[in-house]
Design a protein around this ligand. Structure first.
Ligand code: URP
Ligand code: ZN
Ligand code: ZN
Length: 462
């Protein structure tokens, strides 16, 4: 009888700390051996000679099937979103269950789980979005949900219907500290944005490019500073998500020097897009509307430095897809006339890893171990999935991706698997693509062709 269900042989294996050539023996969905010459003892052999063998990507910032209101519908459900994630080299994603007004979070979770059940191609685990931190939510719901494995939640300092006031932020941080929960913070100053939107409306500057002009660096820098000051006052760690610019990075570095426990995340849009993209002709700029908006080339360089020097521990997609050419998407009746009604968010769960692999590893900006840390290991550690997920080690889930550094092809939406009708990265040349994806010992994608079935992904309590 064979010792292993699968052996991945001859590849260059990289974890967040080491790079070595070895075979990986997998049995019952788990890595059971790292060694040499394991292949003769396997039912199935995946030859990875000349390729990288990496832990499956974990994307801890993904929006799927999130209610948006106003007739807007997200382009991905769990089936298309996880399929797209899988082809992009991910084996776990972490979407958000939104607290809906007038509904208990429990009820929202029941409904969100029902959407995911039996439809996922990757493993999933949910964060919560808290937008109404009432005494009941803070005193009863969050502690009970934490005990049930919902150990992280996102709060917003912007968006009229989501933002928390300063007292609410402090109270929510306080509860997180007592529980040991992880709070993710979207840092932009809503009042300053509203003020600027009023100015641009008065000047009849209504095109998509005005989105970036009404959310300048200062509104993000100020909110980043305030969130970290509140975390310092309360004495709780926080995660600052989707950081876009050098001034916010400087604030994070300064807070860290004071001893504030801050984890920071950036995303592909802040490395390869700019505010200029929002100026596209014929409302095409709407394809790039997200918050915070992409900035300029100096801020791109600052984000690269942050990835290199350890300021950023997380590299996520903030996948938040809307169809461009649809009344339910970017070109909804109001959004087609006025930037402030264009739904915020861009697709990117399938392109996150190829962009960082190509622009980062292949261009020599970061090494392969840093790539693994930024895209898998640190996500597992930050959100309580390590060491089951996020590394290749004996005893870990066999979530493994084979990357071919010789495959060169531009990003074309026609070749992607999400539910949107465009990619903001269309035409970007990529060197190195994930070719084979194994999820808990099951070959889900082989030589870039789907082998797995929906429902192979499971929910991960934490
Ligand atoms: O524009 C964005 N980022 N949309 C997604 C929601 C969020 O703020 O992360
Ligand atoms: Zn956000
Ligand atoms: Zn987001």
């Amino acid at each position: 009888m064979a010792t292993f269900d699968i052996v991945i042989s001859g590849g260059t294996v990289a974890t967040a700390s080491d790079t070595f050539v070895c075979d990986i023996g997998i049995r019952d969905g788990v890595v059971v051996a790292l060694g040499l010459d394991l292949a003769q003892d396997a039912k199935q052999v995946l030859d990875a000679t000349g390729k990288y063998v990496l832990p499956g990507g974990i994307d801890s910032h993904v929006h799927i099937s999130q209610p948006s209101g106003d007739g807007i519908v997200m382009a991905d459900d769990f089936e298309s979103g996880t399929r797209s994630a899988l082809f992009g080299g991910n084996t776990t994603i972490m979407p958000f269950c939104l607290q809906e007004r007038g509904k208990s979070i429990r009820q929202s979770l029941i409904e969100y789980h029902a959407l995911a059940n039996g439809t996922c191609y990757t493993d999933v685990s949910f964060h919560l979005i808290i937008c109404e931190p009432t005494p009941e939510v803070l005193g009863q719901d969050l502690p009970a949900l934490f005990n049930d494995g919902y150990t992280s939640f996102k709060v917003f300092m912007t968006y009229e219907n989501l933002r928390l006031t300063d007292p609410e932020l402090l109270q929510t941080f306080d509860v997180a500290r007592d529980l040991g929960a992880t709070v993710m913070v979207h840092c932009e100053n809503e009042d300053a944005i509203k003020f600027l939107i009023g100015k641009h409306e008065a000047a009849n500057d209504l095109r998509p490019g005005a989105h970036a002009r009404t959310r300048p660096v200062a509104v993000e820098r100020e909110a980043t500073h305030r969130a970290m000051a509140f975390a310092e006052v309360v004495g709780t760690p926080i995660v600052i998500v989707h950081v876009s610019n050098g001034q916010a990075i400087d604030e994070i570095a300064a807070a860290r020097r004071r001893g504030v426990a801050v984890t920071a995340e950036t995303c592909p849009q802040y490395l390869v897009l700019t505010a200029e993209d929002l100026e596209g002709m014929d409302w095409e700029g709407a394809k790039f509307v997200c918050s915070p908006p992409p900035r300029g080339t100096e801020d791109q360089a600052a984000c690269w430095r942050g990835l290199q020097d350890g300021t950023f521990e997380l590299f996520s997609s903030d996948h938040c897809p809307f169809v461009y050419d649809s009344v339910e998407g970017k070109l909804n009746p109001k959004g087609a006339k006025q930037f402030k009604h264009i739904p915020n968010g861009i697709p990117g769960v399938e392109t996150r890893l190829p962009i960082l692999f190509s622009e980062g590893v292949m261009k020599g900006r970061i090494d392969i171990n840093r790539f693994v840390a930024l895209t898998a290991t640190n996500h597992a550690k930050t959100y309580g999935l390590y060491p089951r997920k996020g590394t290749i080690a004996v005893g870990s889930d066999a979530d493994i991706v084979i990357w071919d550094p010789k495959v060169t092809a531009p990003i074309r939406h026609a070749n992607l698997h999400d539910g949107a009708d465009y990619s903001p990265y269309e035409g970007l040349e990529i060197t190195g693509w994930p070719v084979t994806v194994v999820l808990r010992g099951k070959v889900m994608v082989q030589d870039r062709a789907l082998q797995g079935t929906k429902g192979d992904g499971t929910y991960l309590g934490r």
